[in-house]
Design a protein around this ligand. Structure first.
Ligand code: G4P
Length: 544
C-alpha cells in the first residue's frame, strides 16, 4: 500500500537543528484549507472560528459557502465583497497557538490567485468528503502544495453520512496523490451508525454528540483497544471491527512521524464530521502540535529567517475597492520575520521609498481591526492607494526581494471595449487596478488602440465585466482577438529591441511595462526562439 517516494530531502531536514524560535513566533500556525467545493471547507472554517473563540455561534460565515453554489450567486458574492474579503485571512487563538487561516479562493478559475495564496502559508489542511474521496479540485490544489513542499494535514469529512471504506479512502489518497498516509484517528461505524472515532495518537475514544452540533465530542481516555472500558461505549460488533481494522492499519500503514509530516512525505488523517463539530478539536490540536512553525522565506540575495529581529514581509494579495465608497485597496502582507508594531516605517524595496504603516489591519473572523503588533507568520492588511503590488517586499531598509511568487501567462485572451467610446481612459484605469490585484493581465498592443485582457479561467471575464460596471459604472464588452498566447520576453536590450522592430504586430506591454509577445501559434514562439537565441519567451514572470 505504501508508495515509494522519490523526492529529495528538503529544507526541513536542514532546518531541524535550528535554534528554537522566539515563543511569540513559535506559537504561530499559518495555513490554508484546500478542498473541492462542497467538501465542507466553510463549515470547518466556521468551527475553527467557533472553537477559537472568534465567533459566538456557527452560521456567521455561512453566507459564503452558499453563495458559491451557482455562477450568478458567485457574481453576487463578488458584489458583496465584504464577505469574501474579511474571509481572506482570519486570525484567532486556540489553546496556546495563534492560528492564521488564509482563505483560498473557492472557484477553480482562480488557480493563479490560489497559487499565490499558498505562497503565504506554511501548511495546508486538505478536506475531503468521505463519500467522494479525492476530487479534481483537491488534486489540483494538492499539486500546488507539493510544488512548495507544504506539509499537509488531512480531514476526512461527513463521516455521519454513508462514506467509503476507511482503507479505500486512505489508499486512494496514497495512490492518487503519492503521499503516505497515517491515521491519526479511526472512525467507528459510518453513516447512521457512526458513533465517533478512536484517537490513535492519544488512545482516546471520541464520542459524537448528534444532539448538539456546536458541542465538542465527549472524550474518554482508554488504555489501548483492549481496555474493557471501551465496551461501555462501543457496541460489540463495532468494537470487533474497530479492533480488527486498527490492527490491520497499524500493520500496513506508516506510523505517525512528525518530521515526515513536516517534510511533506506523510499526511496524518483525521475522520470527522465538521457539521457536528466532530473531529475538529483533534484536527486543531494536530495543526498546533504537529504543524510547522513560521518557515524561512526564499528571497534574493539571501533567505529570510523568521527569528530575525528586523521586520520583513511580502505582498501576496491585493484587494481593491473593499469599500466601494473609498478607492482604497488593501495589500495582504505575510510577515516573514521580526516583530511589527503599528506606526513603523518600512522600506518599500521596489519603489525605493519608505512607507509608514499607520493603519494596518488584522482580520478577526468577520471584523477587521487595527493591528497594534504582529509577528513573523502573521498576515496583516495594509491599506494604500496602489503603491503596493503583489510580490512587493517590505523591509526595515535592506534591499531584499522575496522570490517564488509567479505570475502565469494567461490561458485566455480577449479584447475589451468600453460601452461608451468616450470612456476609454476610465476603462484603462479600471483595468490597471484589476491588473494590480492580480485579477487579470492587461496588455497594450503596440499597434492599434484598446487593451487585451488575459485570464486563466473564462469565468473571470464575467467577473471582471461585472466589477467594472459595478465599481466604475462602465459597461464593457469582451471580444475575441487574433491572439491566444502571451509570453514575456526576457533578454538583452538590443535583442528585445530588434524583436520589437521586426514583429510590431505581435508586441504588447503588460501593466508593468514589460514586453510581451502575443501570438496564436506555438510555431511563432518556436520561430522567435530560433531567430533570437539570446531571448527567452517565458510563460511565467516573477512578480516584483
Ligand atoms: P464548501 O465550503 O467546501 O463548499 O462546503 P460547505 O462547508 O459549504 O458544505 C457543503 C455542504 O455539506 C453543506 O450542505 C454543509 O452543511 C454540508 N456539510 C458540511 N460538513 C458536513 C458534515 O460533516 N456532515 C454532513 N452530513 N454534511 C456536511 P448544504 O446542504 O449544501 O448547505 P446547508 O443547507 O447545510 O447549509
Amino acid at each position: 500500500m505504501r508508495l515509494p517516494r522519490t523526492r529529495p530531502p528538503l529544507m526541513w531536514a536542514a532546518m531541524s537543528n535550528r535554534a528554537p524560535l522566539p515563543p511569540e513566533i513559535a506559537r504561530r500556525r499559518t495555513f490554508a484549507i484546500i478542498s473541492h467545493p462542497d467538501a465542507g471547507k466553510t463549515t470547518l472554517t466556521e468551527k475553527f472560528l467557533l472553537f477559537g473563540g472568534a465567533i459566538q455561534m456557527a452560521g456567521q460565515v455561512r453566507a459564503k459557502g452558499e453563495a458559491r453554489r451557482t455562477r450568478s450567486d458567485f457574481l453576487q458574492m463578488e458584489k458583496e465583497r465584504g464577505i469574501s474579503v474579511s474571509a481572506s485571512a482570519m486570525s484567532f487563538d486556540y489553546r496556546d497557538w495563534r492560528f492564521n487561516l488564509v482563505d483560498t479562493p473557492g472557484h477553480s478559475d482562480f488557480s493563479e490567485d490560489t497559487y499565490r495564496t499558498l505562497t503565504a502559508v506554511d501548511a495546508a489542511v486538505m478536506v475531503i468528503d468521505g463519500a467522494k474521496g479525492v476530487e479534481s479540485q483537491t488534486r489540483k490544489l494538492f499539486e500546488v502544495c507539493r510544488l512548495r513542499d507544504l506539509p499537509i494535514l488531512t480531514f476526512c469529512n461527513k463521516m455521519d453520512r454513508e462514506s467509503r471504506d476507511t482503507f479505500e479512502i486512505i489508499s486512494e489518497i496514497q495512490e492518487t496523490l503519492a503521499i503516505d498516509v497515517t491515521p491519526a484517528s479511526w472512525p467507528i461505524g459510518m453513516g447512521r451508525d457512526f458513533i465517533g472515532a478512536y484517537d490513535l495518537l492519544h488512545d482516546r475514544l471520541e464520542l459524537m454528540d448528534r444532539a448538539d452540533r456546536n458541542r465538542l465530542a465527549e472524550s474518554v481516555k482508554i488504555d489501548g483497544l483492549d481496555d474493557p472500558r471501551i465496551a461501555e461505549h462501543v457496541p460489540p460488533e463495532l468494537l470487533a471491527r474497530l479492533r480488527e481494522e486498527v490492527e490491520m492499519a497499524r500493520g500496513l500503514l506508516p506510523p505517525f512521524d512528525r518530521q515526515a509530516v513536516l517534510e511533506g512525505h506523510l499526511t496524518p488523517i483525521w475522520f470527522g464530521s465538521a457539521i457536528n463539530s466532530f473531529g475538529v478539536r483533534e484536527l486543531m490540536d494536530g495543526i498546533g502540535a504537529y504543524g510547522p512553525e513560521p518557515q524561512p522565506q526564499r528571497a534574493e540575495p539571501r533567505q529570510i529567517a523568521p527569528e530575525e529581529e528586523t521586520v520583513t514581509g511580502f505582498v501576496f494579495k491585493v484587494q481593491a475597492n473593499m469599500d466601494p465608497k473609498h478607492r482604497d485597496r488593501v495589500a495582504f502582507v505575510r510577515l516573514a520575520s521580526g516583530h511589527f508594531e503599528r506606526g513603523m516605517k518600512l522600506y518599500h524595496v521596489r519603489a525605493g521609498k519608505p512607507i509608514t504603516v499607520s493603519a494596518p489591519v488584522l482580520f478577526l473572523a468577520a471584523d477587521r481591526e487595527l493591528a497594534e503588533e504582529a509577528w513573523a507568520g502573521d498576515i496583516i492588511g495594509i491599506p494604500n492607494h496602489g503603491q503596493l503590488r503583489i510580490g512587493d517586499t517590505l523591509t526595515e531598509g535592506e534591499a531584499l526581494r522575496v522570490t517564488g511568487i509567479p505570475s502565469f501567462a494567461p490561458e485566455l485572451l480577449q479584447a475589451v471595449r468600453p460601452g461608451d467610446p468616450m470612456k476609454a481612459k476610465h476603462l484603462e484605469k479600471a483595468l490597471m487596478q484589476f491588473a494590480e490585484e492580480g485579477a487579470a493581465k492587461v496588455f497594450k498592443p503596440l499597434i492599434g488602440s484598446g487593451h487585451i485582457v488575459g485570464v486563466v479561467g473564462a469565468l473571470q471575464f464575467d467577473v471582471l465585466a461585472s466589477r467594472i460596471e459595478l465599481e466604475y459604472g462602465l459597461p464593457v464588452r469582451f471580444e475575441g482577438t487574433q491572439f491566444t498566447s502571451a509570453r514575456w520576453v526576457q533578454g538583452p536590450r538590443e535583442a528585445v529591441d530588434e524583436l520589437i522592430a521586426k514583429n510590431k504586430a505581435h508586441i504588447a506591454h503588460d501593466n508593468d511595462g514589460d514586453v510581451v509577445f502575443l501570438t496564436r501559434l506555438q510555431w511563432d514562439i518556436d520561430r522567435v526562439q530560433r531567430d533570437f537565441p539570446a531571448l527567452r519567451l517565458s510563460a511565467t514572470k516573477e512578480m516584483m
